[in-house]
Ligand binder design. Structure first.
Ligand code: HGY
Ligand code: MN
Ligand code: MN
Ligand code: MN
Length: 400
């Protein structure tokens, strides 16, 4: 199963993955998901937002147990972020069938579309639409770097962008959603556990900083005569690191767009995207406020115009105690010691859905701690441990 998925959207140049929403690689991943579902005799469907579902049992019975994750990636992402959760869900079902359990609740495996937001800039589009956390109007306004709109991209991929929207009936039929995900840090590597349980997701957001200056000749314009937005941007990047360090948070300018983007032209516009996250809301607010304040001081000093736009925000997610504790009980009974419970700075579909249904997450050890990079890794033994843990959880929740 894993081998048939791995080549899809993989770049020979970087070894990373380029599976962006509504592209050819995304379509191949979707065909892979459908094939896995149908090979297991599951009822396959695509919901109004393009998320894929594979059902065992009649969803109309309600109180379903759902597991899964996403198959899309960040630019040159790793092999495990998302796919490990989807592959492990199918493998856990195979394991449950081998155990000859009988299901007392409907079970589904889901692939949520466009979780990374790599193409249109907003994470978790499929789950946000379903949970009613993204309006149809706002979704239709999303554009990729080539100016292609989300509706155009969906239509080109054969999906109807005018049927998207909240899906409360679907969510009302779900009693629990459990997402298995590769850990995007080294906590489990430090505790020595192959699998852990998520406690919370840090609040996090994305802000766009537009620095406008004056395009001019790189060779003939005296330094004193310049209004160079790249200078202000560079000082703001340093300020972001300083503010994050002071607060024990994280802040990253990972994406930049420059106009006119010529080697011998002082830019007219530098657009930088900030991703910032902290363990709690007040700290995050302090960091972002501090970065923006510094940016404005630099802009004033260099005669630069600055606009700051918050493009997306996800408040802190505290995973529901009862389900989290139930996972702990189920898994604790099968291991020598209680599983570690750990927070994360990474956003997930489970975080988006936690506002609508009971959700929980399992993390699988990543000894490198690296993610959103081809260096992302999980050892085979740990992946197997993750599958068995997920199977135990699904058996405990959905089987007699
Ligand atoms: O950005 C995130 O935390 C997630 O991987 N989309
Ligand atoms: Mn990710
Ligand atoms: Mn992910
Ligand atoms: Mn994620």
């Amino acid at each position: 199963m894993w081998r048939s998925l791995r080549p899809i959207g993989r770049s020979d140049a970087s070894g990373g993955y380029r599976r962006y929403a509504w592209t050819g690689a995304d379509a191949e991943c979707r065909l892979w998901f459908q094939a896995q579902a149908e090979a297991r005799g599951l009822d396959y469907e695509v919901d109004r937002n393009g998320n894929q579902w594979a059902w065992l049992g009649d969803p109309a019975r309600g109180d379903a147990v759902v597991t899964g994750s996403h198959l899309d990636s960040v630019p040159d992402g790793g092999a495990f972020d998302g796919p490990l959760g989807v592959v492990s869900s199918f493998a856990a079902l195979d394991e449950l069938r081998a155990r000859r359990v009988s299901f007392t609740r409907p079970l589904a495996i889901v692939n949520f579309g466009d979780e990374e937001g790599a193409r249109f800039g907003l994470a978790c589009v499929g789950s946000r639409l379903t949970a009613g956390q993204l309006t149809v109007e706002a979704a239709h306004k999303l554009r990729d770097g080539d100016g292609v709109s989300l509706p155009q991209a969906m239509e080109a991929a054969g999906y109807d962008p005018y049927g998207i929207g909240p899906d409360p009936e679907r969510l009302a039929r779900i009693g629990a959603f459990v997402e298995l995900h590769v850990e995007q840090g080294r906590a489990l590597d430090l505790t020595g556990d192959p699998v852990g349980i998520a406690s919370a997701i840090w609040p996090h957001g994305r802000w766009r900083f537009d620095f406008r200056g004056e395009a001019n000749h790189a060779g003939t314009t005296r330094l004193v005569d310049r209004r160079d937005p790249m200078l202000t941007y560079a000082e703001t990047v340093l300020a972001a690191r300083r503010e994050a360090e002071l607060a024990g948070a994280v802040a990253t300018f990972g994406k930049i767009a420059v106009e006119p983007n010529g080697v011998n032209a002082i830019p007219s516009l530098v657009r930088g995207w900030l991703d910032s996250r902290a363990a709690d809301q007040p700290t995050l607010d302090t960091v972002v406020t501090g970065i923006e304040k510094a940016a404005r001081e630099y802009a004033d000093r260099h005669g630069i115009d600055l606009d700051v736009v918050r493009e997306s925000f996800t408040p802190v997610v505290e995973f529901e105690d009862a389900l989290r504790d139930e996972l702990g009980t189920i898994l604790g009974a099968r291991s020598e010691r209680p599983l570690p419970v750990l927070g994360t700075g990474a956003g997930h579909d489970a975080g988006i859905l936690s506002g609508s249904i009971p959700t929980a997450m399992l993390f699988v050890r990543n000894p490198t701690g690296v993610s959103h990079s081809p260096a992302e890794f999980a050892a085979e033994d740990d992946c197997v441990a993750g599958v068995l843990a997920l199977a135990d959880v699904l058996e405990g929740l959905a089987c007699s």
